[in-house]
Unconditional design. Structure first.
Length: 372
């Protein structure tokens, strides 16, 4: 559901555009139907109530208290829909001293500690992870929570309120750093691509480009030394085990960096891969999207958009043996499915026209209304 009149925020996250549509909106909203609704109007509220009558799940991410003010808070809806699963996502959660604060991914990454240990060096400036880590993780947590609540409903017939936040979603990503901080009382700092608990487990520069090597456990450590032709390092007490390698990480890097720089990436990836050491190239986004494994797993697919025609987008990251799914449709135009969705829920063509005239709904064009 999009707001009136501006629509979803990602419609305005430009550049880039594909035709007249924001690439960000096309990516985030593939495989969805789209309706535009103003819940502050009597008609908009009436539409949503009818949609909820047939819904298993309601998901909302309005600001604190907004749904309650509109008459769609969980306490209100559960009176008529005790089996409803109601999911709320917010910046900081619905309880605690920050429950009334607004928040975005940037705040969550900063306040969760992530920006304090992300970056190239411990004395460097705070750095945000490239992807919107808390946004994505919060969505995954919400989906998991909804599924758990649905499993409970299948057993009991009882619905419930599921809620999570960007702040908690970011904190979930700090497992290693939280473990270190809670155990030692010391806040971990940025280490570049290195791992805070295992070594060598990081990026190394070959003679032509960067690669990553996961030679941290004892077996892989020994195999890495065989490939590097550095058996003497296996006898060095500074590198005898994982704990000692972490304690002497800078010395370890000083030994390994010039060796990796001596030959091209293809040599190291071939040799390390042959003996079973986890490794890979550091790819840019275009290289990653064109990777043979990406293509084989159908993680880049082409879908049909209503006005743009074929558009490339990310595919379905979960594969099912019995109920295979796929991304089939492009992102909706603004209000593209409003009329059809309302018609499917019993609204007549005349009612849809009246709702549009009231400003309660928006449709992609009047031809849709005429076709209902």
């Amino acid at each position: 559901m999009e707001k009136i009149p501006a629509g979803d925020d990602t419609r305005h996250s430009v550049p880039p555009k594909i035709g007249n549509e924001a690439a960000s909106f096309l990516m985030m909203n593939r495989n969805k139907k789209g309706i535009a609704l103003d819940l502050k109007t009597p008609g908009g509220a009436r539409v949503l109530r009818r949609l909820i009558d047939k819904a298993d799940v309601v998901v909302e991410n309005f600001g604190p208290g907004a749904m309650e003010r509109l008459g769609f808070g969980y306490a209100e809806l559960r009176k008529e829909h005790p089996a409803l699963i109601y999911c709320s996502l917010s910046g900081f959660g619905r309880t605690g001293p920050y429950k009334d604060r607004r928040g975005f991914d940037l705040m969550a990454q900063a306040m969760s500690g992530i920006m304090s240990f992300t970056g190239e060096r411990p004395d460097g400036p705070p750095v945000k992870c490239g992807p919107p880590l808390s946004d994505i993780t919060a969505g995954l947590l919400a989906a998991m929570g909804i599924l758990a609540a649905y499993a409970h409903r299948l057993k009991t017939g009882e619905g419930q309120w599921v809620e999570t936040s960007l702040f908690e979603a970011a904190l979930v990503q700090t497992y290693w750093q939280s473990a270190i901080a809670l155990a030692t009382g010391v806040a971990p700092k940025a280490m570049g691509s290195a791992h805070p608990l295992n070594a060598p487990y990081q990026a190394f520069e070959a003679s032509d480009e960067w690669i990553v090597v996961g030679g941290a456990n004892q077996k892989h450590w020994g195999l890495t030394l065989d490939v590097l032709g550095a058996p003497e390092l296996a006898r060095d007490p500074r590198f005898a085990n994982g704990a000692s390698r972490m304690a002497h990480l800078k010395e370890l890097e000083a030994e390994l960096i010039p060796r990796f720089r001596s030959k091209p990436a293809a040599h190291w990836l071939g040799a390390l891969g042959k003996v079973g050491v986890p490794c890979g190239p550091v790819q840019d986004m275009l290289q990653a999207l064109a990777d043979p494994q990406t293509i084989a797993r159908e993680m880049v697919v082409e879908v049909e958009h209503s006005t743009l025609g074929p558009v490339k987008t990310l595919g379905l990251p979960i594969k099912f043996s019995q109920t295979p799914g796929k991304v089939q449709t492009g992102a909706p135009l603004y209000g593209e499915h409003t009329a059809a969705v309302l018609a499917a829920h019993g609204f007549s063509a005349e009612e849809i026209t009246a709702l549009r005239n009231e400003g309660a709904i928006a449709t992609a064009n009047r031809m849709q209304d005429a076709a209902v």
